[in-house]
Design a protein around this ligand. Structure first.
Ligand code: PLP
Length: 375
């Protein structure tokens, strides 16, 4: 029986293995392993892609978000205990970044169609909790941005911090504060994750902050380097959240292939949507006026464990993103201030299908055929 693994990073990276090796060797023989040319060039290239003035490459996606919030506190725009609205159905790291900074995460139930933050609900929560910031998460690669978020940012001085961990290269249907529609450039600042499984994944941990705010960028840069504004001069009690030159070099190789990777993922997602035909399986929505980058292709099935077993029996690997929402994690016993019914329904029903290389359109058709026979 043909096997369709959910994700095999060795296979996914195989087509560019030689390019990665060449770039790694170049760094090894350069003798410069931190804060060098690769990092500088990566920052320029990511800023260009996200259409922002600044990019600061850092250690991982969680640190990118932590550093943004910490920098806003250093700049006096956020204070201990301030409420930050976060979607209920996100990876726990979005919430960790908020609570780690002594801010109060206020969880907001998502919309069923986008599976992203519901901005009507976010507005109500903002008023109820006097929230000072909102963290839209572009979950699964679908941009989370609309006129309402734009207005909140513009008219009410609410900070919009995008969690762009899953959506590099995506484009919203409405332009953001700075006139671009690219995720990472929509709000005041954004955190990216380059975790190995991401569309643009390092061979280890890495992340980045993108912003048009010069003060924020320089504060993040200093915080990520022990709080130094120059060598051995600490203006803040900072951290060590730098990116390695090796990872920056790996990412620059991969960046050259990102547009092709996005096109490939789009084709697979479209093939799935056109061919999956089973009333028990709900496919994700394609939004014509945005560019979704399909970090995950996520269907909903109410009888999920039986479906996943059936898929495994037929050689198809699947995964769940995410099975337990943050407010049901043992570390957050009192996180939910409001009921989160859609968050909990999604957590029970979502299943991710294989989309990473080497899955092809013809594989996606075959997988859709297997799904058709699920009773
Ligand atoms: C939505 C979301 N936010 C934050 C993160 C944290 O990124 P990292 O794993 O690089 O710390 C991730 C990725 O894992 C993510 O998917």
């Amino acid at each position: 029986m043909k096997q369709f693994p959910f994700l095999d990073l060795k296979l996914a990276n195989a087509p560019i293995e030689q390019e990665l090796k060449d770039a790694a060797l170049k760094v090894i023989s350069s003798g410069r392993y931190l804060r060098g040319e690769e990092t500088q060039l990566l920052e320029q290239e990511i800023a260009q892609l996200c259409d922002t003035r600044f990019c600061v490459a850092v250690s991982n996606g969680l640190d990118a978000l932590r550093l943004i919030l910490r920098a806003y506190k250093e700049l006096g725009l956020l204070r201990d205990g301030d409420a930050v609205i976060v979607p209920g159905n996100t990876f726990v790291a979005s919430v960790l970044a908020v609570s780690d900074n002594a801010l109060k995460p206020v969880m907001c139930d998502p919309r069923a169609d986008t599976m992203n933050l519901d901005s009507d609900k976010a507005l109500r929560l903002m008023e109820r909790y006097d929230a000072k910031a909102i963290m839209p998460v572009h979950l699964y690669g679908t941009p989370c941005w609309d006129e309402q978020l734009m207005e909140l940012a513009r008219e009410r001085n609410v900070l919009i911090i995008e969690d762009n961990a899953q959506a590099i290269g995506a484009k919203a249907s409405v332009c953001g504060l700075n006139g671009t529609a690219m995720t990472g450039g929509l709000g005041h600042a954004a955190g990216i994750s380059f975790y190995p499984t991401k569309n643009l994944g390092a061979l280890g941990d890495a992340g980045a902050v993108t912003t048009n705010d010069e003060a924020l960028a320089s504060t993040v840069r200093a915080l990520a380097n022990y709080g130094c504004d120059r060598r051995y001069h600490n203006i803040m009690q900072g951290l060590n959240c730098r990116i390695d030159e090796l990872q920056a070099a790996m990412l620059r190789v991969k960046l050259r292939h990102l547009a092709d990777e996005t096109t490939r993922r789009n084709r697979i997602a479209l093939t799935y949507n056109q061919h999956i035909c089973n009333p028990r399986v709900t496919t994700p929505v394609f939004f014509e006026n945005m560019t979704q980058v399909w970090h995950q292709y996520v269907v909903r099935v109410s009888d999920r464990s039986r479906f996943m077993q059936y898929m495994a029996d037929n050689g198809v690997g699947t995964d769940i993103h995410y099975e337990t929402p943050a407010h049901l994690q043992p570390c957050y016993p009192a996180l939910a201030s409001e009921p989160l019914p859609m968050t909990e329904t999604l957590a029970r029903e979502v299943v991710s299908l294989p989309i990473a290389h080497p899955i092809t359109e013809s594989d996606a058709e075959k997988i859709a055929g297997i799904i058709y026979r699920f009773e």
